[in-house]
Design a protein around this ligand. Structure first.
Ligand code: BES
Ligand code: MN
Length: 457
């Protein structure tokens, strides 16, 4: 492992240079105008895999953005680790809140600033460079495959069928993913739970055209007013979702499980301070960690309609829209929740408007077991580099494809993430500390080593 460390420190600057090239490609999966950028990002990763020692690497088409697949087999008797990551990023708006342009990466005070610096280009790059380091120092202990997709941020819409069609190619013993956070470099952690998701768009239509708000105001239902009223009906005063049946499949944790969770270090004052809020809010009877870790919720992610340009326009709009995300917990089914939402939303629509609900994407939650050799390998690898044994933590975020990996490929995933809450993923000024990037590259080969050793026993 000394050889590896030397190689990594000798090539540190080049690793960063290469990451910056990838960060400069604006691969925003949600926007059709970035279609070519998606192909460029995929091609960049494919070329890198080939030049770093993969036997095979290809940009494989899907009905949406392509998947990069790569592999290196050293011995069919040895275990195979499948690395999953995503090269697509979230949109950058509001752009004026960025201190430097989102696709012109810079380093400031020990952090890389760019869209994707953490989520997920920075984290997936650690895997590419860990792979290169192992290949070039002749220390790769097992077989490895890479599946890097371009649609994670829009719900991995085509990846499930890609997996179904390529089961044999994707055969592996474990799926290793770095697309989550750890509590802090001083309190390393491993994510053992992800939430599921139902993401919908609603459209409320009033009159058949925009109207003069003086001539018609007060006499015709205004879809924006109606939508706002309907949204407030989706949660009660205790911040519980009011959709009938919403909580039916939620598994309540036992008090001993809740006590166990409460032992994870969490500083509520630091949390409030980091967000500049004077109070946290959420479902009564649950702590903040529980509200994101083990409870489902509903949030409006966007709302629009009417006139929003400069100055005033007196208009009673014909339509109003909102995007709604419901974070789900394991055992809740996103399709079922979509239907419950639609039925309820339609039922609370007042006369004078029509309502349309469209599901955009969804996925199930995931709980990753801690009694596996994968968990043990990740735990040992992190402890070796960070000097402390990581604690298991359930995250509020989602990676919808993870539960499908288990269903389709029959393989469990281990979430060994190196992001920090302060990385501002999905926000302006997304960043990734250099130290996490470097320690990630250092930790990953230990995972390979321990996983290979423990697989033999
Ligand atoms: N990397 C995140 C998910 C994440 C971040 C999990 C931190 C745990 C800790 C991932 O890229 C993401 O943002 N996923 C989306 C999924 C959605 C678009 C289907 C999410 O959670 O909003
Ligand atoms: Mn993300």
């Amino acid at each position: 492992m000394e050889k590896l460390k030397t190689f990594q420190s000798q090539h540190k600057d080049r690793f960063l240079d290469e990451l910056f090239q990838l960060l400069r490609i604006p691969s925003i999966s949600a926007r059709t105008e970035h279609k070519d950028d998606m192909i460029n990002a995929a091609t960049f990763i494919k070329d890198m895999l080939l030049s770093n020692g993969a036997d095979r690497a290809e940009v494989m088409p899907t009905a949406g953005h392509p998947v990069v697949f790569g592999s290196k087999t050293i011995n069919a008797q040895l275990p195979t680790i499948l690395i999953y990551g995503h090269y697509d990023v979230q949109p950058v708006e509001p752009v004026d809140l960025w201190n430097s342009p989102p696709f012109e990466p810079v380093i400031k005070a020990g952090k890389i600033y760019a869209r994707g610096a953490d989520d997920n280009k920075g984290q997936l790059f650690m895997h590419l460079k860990a792979f290169e380091s192992m290949v070039k120092t002749d220390t790769l202990p097992c077989n490895v495959k890479f599946m890097i997709e371009g649609e994670e941020e829009i719900g991995s819409v085509h990846l499930k069928s890609f997996c179904e069609q390529n089961k044999e190619m994707l055969k592996s013993d474990v799926i290793l993913i770095s697309d989550t956070t750890m509590l802090s470099p001083d309190i390393p952690s491993i994510t053992v739970g992800l939430r599921g998701l139902s993401y919908l768009e609603v459209e409320v239509t009033g009159p058949n055209r925009d109207l003069h708000s003086g001539l018609y105001g007060g006499a015709v239902a205004n879809p924006i007013n109606v939508l706002a009223e309907m949204i407030t009906k989706l949660k009660d005063n205790n911040s519980r979702v009011t959709i009938p049946g919403f909580y039916d499949d939620v598994i309540e944790l036992s008090s001993s499980e809740r006590n166990e969770m409460a032992r994870a270090p969490f500083d509520i004052n630091a949390y409030k301070k980091a967000l500049d809020i004077d109070e946290v809010v959420g479902e009564s009877g649950y702590s903040t960690i529980e509200r994101t870790g083990i409870r489902p919720t509903l949030d409006v992610c966007g709302i629009w309609g009417g006139y929003t340009g400069e100055g005033a326009k007196t208009v009673l709009p014909s339509k109003a829209y909102a995007k709604v995300s419901m974070r789900l917990v394991p055992n809740q089914q996103s399709k079922k929740i979509d239907k419950l939402f639609e039925d309820y939303f339609v039922s609370i629509a007042p006369q004078g408007v029509k309502v349309k609900v469209t599901s955009l994407h969804g996925g199930e939650g995931y709980v990753s077991p801690t009694d596996t050799i994968a968990y043990k390998s990740a735990s040992m690898a992190i402890e070796l580099v960070y000097g402390k044994k990581p604690v298991p933590v359930r995250s509020g975020g989602s990676i919808p494809i993870v539960s499908d990996f288990e269903k389709v490929l029959g393989v469990k995933s281990i979430l060994m993430g190196f992001g920090l809450d302060s990385d501002a993923i999905h926000s302006p000024n997304e960043n990734y500390p250099l130290i996490q990037f470097e320690r990630g590259i250092e930790t990953i080969p230990y995972f390979y080593k321990y996983f290979t050793e423990l697989s033999k026993k």
